[in-house]
Write a protein that binds this ligand. Structure first.
Ligand code: FAD
Length: 402
């Protein structure tokens, strides 16, 4: 057994890599254990890093390469199935230097964070799927599927929405909630779309929701959210081929205005269809020397555009707490007090967006009538400012984070 008196970070995704970098900044050693044998491949979903997420990455000095991997997407235009303009919404606010929210491929964000962490000398071990984590009195023993074990001072579960650490910390932890939507998307060129680069267009279609953005190099990035009432069995929708999903999406969007049909037709490889899950309220985030953060603790649905940003914020705030508090328990308690109200507020807001995407015919009429007014009311609301203006002062004591 390896005895590494260090922090064990489980999961080398967004939260895990950001956590390792934040811990290093706080003077705390860590090793990242990632289940996948290699890094993320180049195909997959894209996401929007809110201005708050960019700001948190800035604390780690990792914002510039992330910004270089994507393009700014400060706003969203919403339309109904007939192409009627319903209003505008924002994906963030401007940071003092004018930087706005950024859209990038999730694989590119992983790659950037991985490169940043590696270049700082952080050890990342691949092919390490955690299957057990028990307290040893003055440490934690992590057990991996390959039979290896390691002991550390503290264990931080950054292992995503289907977290193993969450169930180890609290076997009664609620399972992820299915949001009533399945989602996929794609990237394509050569289709003219009526939008300027960096503006998101989102369409409440008759049967499904469609969003797209024109990247600076002319590629169009799109996604579809398809309502499905019953939760698919694990792997069920993933097992259906991209070509079959293309045929189904073409039927779903056949009666809607907008470029969904030519974009879907022109896309050679659709991303894997997957159900959307959320963790709206996890009662226990930590137990002894073990804690979960990021999606493992509080996954919002992708509709929030906040999952990645909240994960990076978590990483920075947790590192500050471990820096400032003498015991892991005190640090975790402070962390939860600082983070729970914020993340749960954002998750509730995202759930409302999902409901509007999955609306039936009657709900659709109501939504289309009310949305312009709601968008005007929320354009400069306190909630929007609270979400996007969140700033972590690294040098301030953790008591000021909330
Ligand atoms: C379709 C889609 C669209 C999205 N759009 C947005 C968006 O626009 N904006 C936004 O902010 N967020 C978005 N998100 C959410 C965002 O991707 C997540 O919130 C974010 O990735 C959470 O980071 P994480 O590190 O907590 O989890 P993840 O990024 O999921 O990383 C978890 C890591 O842990 C590893 N792992 C899992 N189990 C184990 C184990 N037992 N042992 C070791 N390692 C393990 C996994 O392999 C993975 O590398 C979207 C998500 C999806 C699916």
């Amino acid at each position: 057994m390896t005895r590494a008196r260090t922090t064990l970070v489980i999961g080398g995704g967004i939260a895990g890599l950001a956590t390792a970098m934040a811990l290093q900044k706080a003077g705390i050693d860590s090793v990242v254990y990632e289940a996948h044998p290699t890094g993320a491949d180049g195909i997959g979903v894209f996401l929007t890093l809110g201005s708050n997420g960019v700001d948190a990455l800035r604390v780690l000095g990792a914002d510039k390469p992330a910004l270089a991997a994507g393009f700014p997407t400060p706003g969203i235009t919403l339309r109904n199935s007939a192409g009627k303009h319903l209003g505008e919404s924002s994906t963030g606010r401007s940071l003092p230097d004018g930087t706005t929210s950024q859209t990038l491929k999730r694989a590119d964000l992983y790659r950037v964070l991985h490169e940043q962490a590696s270049s700082r000398g952080i050890r990342i071990e691949h092919g390490k799927r955690l299957v057990g984590a028990e307290e040893t009195g003055d440490g934690v023993r992590a057990v991996f599927a390959d039979g290896s074990e390691v002991i550390g001072d503290v264990l931080i579960g950054c292992d995503g929405v289907h977290s193993a650490v969450r169930r180890i910390i609290d076997p009664a932890a609620p399972a992820p909630t299915y949001a009533g939507l399945i989602t996929n998307g794609g990237y394509t060129r050569g289709v003219r779309v009526d939008t300027v680069p960096g503006s998101y267009e989102m369409i409440f279609g008759k049967r499904a929701f469609f969003g797209y953005a024109l990247a600076l190099d002319g590629e169009v990035w799109w996604f579809a959210n398809v309502p499905r009432r019953d939760e698919p069995a694990r792997g069920e929708v993933e097992a259906i081929s991209g070509d079959e999903w293309r045929r189904r999406l073409l039927r779903l969007f056949a009666d809607d205005a907008g470029p969904a049909i030519p974009l879907i037709e022109a896309t050679t490889q659709l991303t894997t269809m997957s159900p959307i899950h959320a963790i709206p309220h996890l009662p226990t985030w930590h137990n002894g020397r073990r804690i979960v953060i990021g999606d493992a603790a509080h996954a919002p649905s992708p509709s929030s555009g906040q999952g990645a940003s909240l994960s990076i914020e978590d990483a920075v705030v947790l590192a500050k707490c471990l820096r400032d508090h003498p015991s892991p328990q005190a640090a975790f308690t402070r962390f939860e007090a600082a983070r729970r109200p914020r993340v749960e507020r954002i998750i509730k807001w995202a759930a409302r967006i999902n409901n509007s995407k999955a609306a039936g015919p009657v709900g659709r009429v109501f939504r289309d009538a009310m949305l312009p007014m709601i968008l005007r009311m929320t354009a400069d609301s306190k909630a929007l400012k609270q979400t996007y203006d969140y700033h972590i002062d690294w040098d301030a004591p953790t008591a000021t984070d909330s």
